[in-house]
Ligand binder design. Structure first.
Ligand SMILES: [Zn+2]
Ligand SMILES: [Zn+2]
Length: 312
């Protein structure tokens, strides 16, 4: 158990004792594992309004675990009430830019906010080089601020952990994090993550086509956050684009239709299915009911049509 965690427990224990004669407060009732959708729009294009690019926050005993860093993640974390200097763990599912564009910037933003601790970042090969390249990109600024403002060197604050096979990713006192390879051609190194905390288990699908192995991986989880693609929306989208045929082929091979998301959730027997990473993510004419309709053909549990900053 690390120092901060021990301090937290001690503080929490004395808080509980002090509060025993008072009416129950929301702090005591609050779940210790919280899930907040930071960005729910699939794809790298920045929307004019509505959904932000992909990122999901899991708070375990108030420690933030950020899964994917699409553009806007720093802003969304602040909107979710998480100060950037609290950043501690980052997980990247795969190296499409809607999942990593703000990785470097998020680390930078945490540093400039006065990050007291190290950040550990996990993901497929390429992560370490990408972080290094980001620091080179900002070398002038970083070196200037170290010299001029007496700041610490951010290059020492980040530790990257690459993996190229599914399995155990991280284990600490609060949570066990494991990964599962998913199907996202042409990218081979694409993963889903599972967080098993004491009170809840949560699976984030990452980007994937229908992958029955994901159902095994998510077996019995309390919450499955799964990507989703709506075919009539895709067809409306590709009609407007010059490279329509190629794009449609990519989307069909690499993402999951609502009916198949429902099958995965049913096979996995999860309690709650949360739809996120909507493709297309900025077509306001698609209703929540349309997103969920196909899912419900197969899955009889609770279905949540995700929105930015929604907490589950
Ligand atoms: Zn994506
Ligand atoms: Zn992708």
């Amino acid at each position: 158990m690390n120092q901060t965690r021990r301090e937290f427990l001690t503080a929490a224990a004395s808080f509980t004792v002090a509060q025993t004669l008072l009416p129950r407060v929301s702090f005591a009732q609050q779940k210790s594992t919280r899930i907040i959708l930071l960005g729910t729009k699939g794809g790298p294009r920045v929307g004019e309004a509505g959904r932000s690019n992909p990122s999901t926050l899991i708070l375990v005993n108030n420690v933030p675990y950020v899964v994917d860093c699409g553009y806007g993640t720093s802003k969304q974390l602040i909107s979710a009430g998480v100060a950037l200097n609290r950043l501690r763990y980052i997980f990247i599912t795969h190296h499409h830019s809607d999942h990593n564009l703000e990785l470097g910037a998020l680390i930078y933003n945490a540093w400039i906010t006065g990050l007291p601790m190290r950040i550990d970042a996990y993901g497929p090969p390429g992560l370490t080089q990408m972080t290094r390249d980001f620091f080179n990109y900002l070398k002038f600024d970083i070196d200037t601020r170290i010299e001029d403002e007496g700041r610490s060197d951010p290059r020492n604050l980040i530790r990257t952990h690459e993996f190229d096979k599914p399995g155990m990713v991280l284990m600490n006192d609060d949570v066990k994090v494991t990964s599962c390879r998913v199907r996202h051609p042409p990218i081979q190194q694409a993963y889903a993550y599972r967080f098993d905390a004491r009170d809840r288990s949560v699976v984030i699908s990452g980007d994937t086509a229908y992958a029955p192995e994901l159902a095994d991986f998510a077996k019995g989880a309390d919450v499955l956050v799964h990507e989703v693609m709506y075919l009539p929306g895709i067809d409306a989208l590709v009609k407007r684009l010059p490279n329509a045929k190629r794009l449609r082929e990519h989307l069909m091979a690499a993402h999951t239709l609502p009916e198949d998301v429902g099958k995965i959730a049913a096979q996995a027997e999860v309690k709650t299915l949360v739809l996120s990473h909507f493709v297309p993510g900025d077509d306001a004419s698609i209703t929540d009911e349309q997103w969920a309709e196909g899912v419900r053909k197969h899955f009889k549990g609770r279905v949540v049509v995700g929105k930015d900053l929604m907490e589950i």
